[in-house]
Write a protein that binds this ligand. Structure first.
Ligand code: IMP
Ligand code: MG
Length: 178
């Protein structure tokens, strides 16, 4: 089987770009239907979601906006441990129908923090749209409205996802060789 090497690890093909494109279209159509008459604000979480967000938006045919944010973690700020802050939220989401765009929800910890912080900015509604989810690894009960693909608990790269910064540019998705 063909494989590629990224840094010290070997990856094998998992999902071809055509399959990815089909799922993006399916999710976009659901959003087009669900948000008809509304003007959603897509909030894409960097870095991983840049490719999915770009593809998704091209398939959205209702009026919409997009903005990008990043999550940062601070340690030792409080006795409870990690404090997460959303950087780059320079657009008001108050009263807006927000659709969070993520590349992957794994344990769900990142998304849970994101939801918690965003709630404080008073959006009218907030839904999650993620390309991948690893259902077996979900540790938090998240209500994920839109999922393109559920995958097993394996490490993947490509389509925006990285291994130590590399592999985001791959148009197919590759999985760590076991
Ligand atoms: P969570 O907080 O455990 O849900 O982690 C989500 C984050 O972990 C994602 O935004 C990714 O950056 C990263 N991640 C989780 N699984 C993978 C993977 O298979 N490949 C690359 N990054 C991943
Ligand atoms: Mg990410």
């Amino acid at each position: 089987m063909k494989s590629i090497k990224v840094l010290d690890k070997e990856f094998v093909p998992m999902i071809p770009a055509d399959d990815i494109a089909n799922e993006v279209r399916r999710v976009a159509n659901e959003i087009n239907r669900d948000y008809e008459g509304k003007t959603p604000l897509f909030l894409a979480i960097l870095n991983g979601s840049f490719m999915f967000a770009a593809d998704l938006l091209r398939e959205i045919n209702i009026p919409c906006e997009i903005t990008f944010v990043k999550m940062s973690s601070y340690e030792g700020v409080s006795s409870t441990g990690t404090v997460n802050e959303i950087i780059g939220l320079n657009k008001s989401i108050e009263g807006r129908d927000v659709i969070i765009v993520e590349d992957i929800v794994d344990s769900g910890v990142t998304m849970a923090h994101m939801l918690e912080t965003l709630k404080g900015h008073n959006p009218k509604s907030m839904e999650i749209c993620t390309f991948f989810v690893k259902p077996e690894n979900l540790k938090i009960d998240l209500d994920i409205r839109y999922t393109a693909m559920g995958i097993p608990n394996d490490f993947i790269i490509g389509y925006g996802l990285d291994y130590d910064g590399y592999g985001r540019n791959l148009e197919d998705v590759w999985v760590l060789k076991s």
